[in-house]
Design a protein around this ligand. Structure first.
Ligand SMILES: [Zn+2]
Length: 408
């Protein structure tokens, strides 16, 4: 009995080893397009026969292709380079927002295509939102062969419990304990991963964008709300209850304006798109003079406030100066707390442009602890408006790339 248990264990260990080696070889090829079979064998210290077996398997699966051999005359043949094929598989990415749901196909290189959208009516309940999600998802899935689809990733605002995908609390929607993963899984009949939207964006920037190749990075997403995420040593840090790095709900002014979370004076109420609009409305209602007073309809949008700031309107300038100061403070605190390689800023407010990003950096430099080891980089998202869809899909893609073809 002991002997047969030993054999069973060796068999399982062997299979795990094979998966780990496949993942290692695939990721080497993905990161460096100059590699050949021989150079991979040298780098990994695996035998040439083992490497050939793995590469043949990856070629069969379409994940890798060989560069056409080039005849270089009398200097002999250059080793054939192996190239990652990002279009070999796709995941469906879904982004759930207060006003809109989107679904798109995302390939293994993070390229987003076939984006389908539907508007979300005000005060929609979870079932209505999931109906819309199913509709846009089916439209996107029709555009690809079903055997190429790895699964579905969902990015949703609020605190999401991992891995069961229950949206514990979404201040924006007013939801509590919505089993969003199970609801979408049931409708689409595909495996689903669901995660907080800021964490999904962080994963996309880590896999495909501004934080590629970093080990530790902090992400602050400034959109209709403010989300945060941290990747430590190459892995998302979720905390014990899925609520780590809720930077948007750090208190910056005790007793300040009421936040959707029920507290007062959170970062979000001064810096998110909805927060900046609401603060403009408060000031106008209190009788502040501004070109925004004649802007209809109310509440004024953050885009209109940005335009007013560019033309020198004092109220609009004050609102953005305060947002820049508090975001600069948030970045400085993030650097002091996590000692990252990089802080990445994303979201619709950052994409508004103007002087906001540069001012955030000025305030960050003013507040951050000077350790004498040089300053930590602060970068804009490289993925722009597609970051959330790419991020949702990368919940599935990054899992696949660490255990490619585990079943075979
Ligand atoms: Zn809050």
């Amino acid at each position: 009995v002991i002997a047969s248990n030993g054999r069973a264990h060796r068999k399982i260990d062997g299979r795990l080893m094979q998966q780990a080696n496949r993942a290692m070889v695939l990721n080497l090829i993905r990161r460096d397009p100059s590699l050949s079979r021989a150079s991979i064998a040298r780098e990994t210290e695996l035998s040439p026969a083992t490497i050939s077996g793995i590469v043949d398997h990856l070629l069969d699966e379409g994940l890798v292709r060989e560069e056409a051999a080039i005849v270089t005359g009398n200097v002999g043949r250059r080793p054939v380079r192996l190239l990652f094929n990002p279009s070999a598989r796709v995941a469906l990415g879904i982004a759930i927002d207060l006003r809109e749901v989107t679904a798109a196909l995302v390939d293994l290189g993070g390229t987003v295509s076939e984006t389908m959208r539907a508007a979300v009516p005000v005060d929609s309940d979870p079932a209505t939102v999931v109906d819309l999600v199913a509709k846009v998802s089916r439209r996107a899935l029709k555009r690809v062969s079903p055997d190429l689809v790895l699964g579905v990733g969902v990015a949703v605002p609020g605190v999401v419990h991992w891995p069961d995908g229950v949206n514990l609390f979404s201040p924006n929607f007013g939801w509590r304990n919505v089993p969003i993963r199970a609801m979408i899984e049931q409708r689409l009949g595909l495996p689903v991963r669901a995660e907080n939207e800021a964490r999904a964006v962080a994963l996309a920037e880590y896999e495909f964008g501004a934080a590629r190749g970093m080990r530790t990075a902090v992400f602050i997403d400034v959109g209709s709300g403010v989300g945060g995420a941290v990747i430590i040593g190459g892995a998302l840090y979720r905390g014990e209850h899925g609520a780590a790095a809720e930077i948007g709900h750090n208190t910056v002014e005790p007793g300040g304006p009421l936040c959707g979370c029920g507290n007062r004076g959170c970062l979000e109420v001064f810096t998110s798109a909805t927060g900046i609009s609401a603060r403009a409305d408060d000031a106008l209602a209190a009788g502040r003079q501004s070109v925004l007073a004649s802007t209809l309809p109310h509440p004024v949008s953050v885009e209109q406030i940005m335009i007013a700031a560019a033309s020198g309107d004092a109220l609009a300038c004050e609102l953005f100066d305060r947002a820049a100061a508090y975001l600069g403070l948030a970045v400085a605190n993030a650097v002091d707390n996590w000692d990252p390689d990089l802080v990445v800023l994303s979201g619709s407010v950052i994409r508004l442009g103007g002087r906001l990003f540069d001012e955030i950096r000025v305030f960050e430099q003013r507040f951050v602890l000077k350790t004498g080891t040089g300053s930590v980089g602060v970068a804009r998202s490289m993925l722009g408006a597609d970051a959330k869809l790419a991020g949702a899909a990368s919940l599935v893609i990054s899992e696949y790339l660490t255990t490619p073809l585990a079943a075979s």
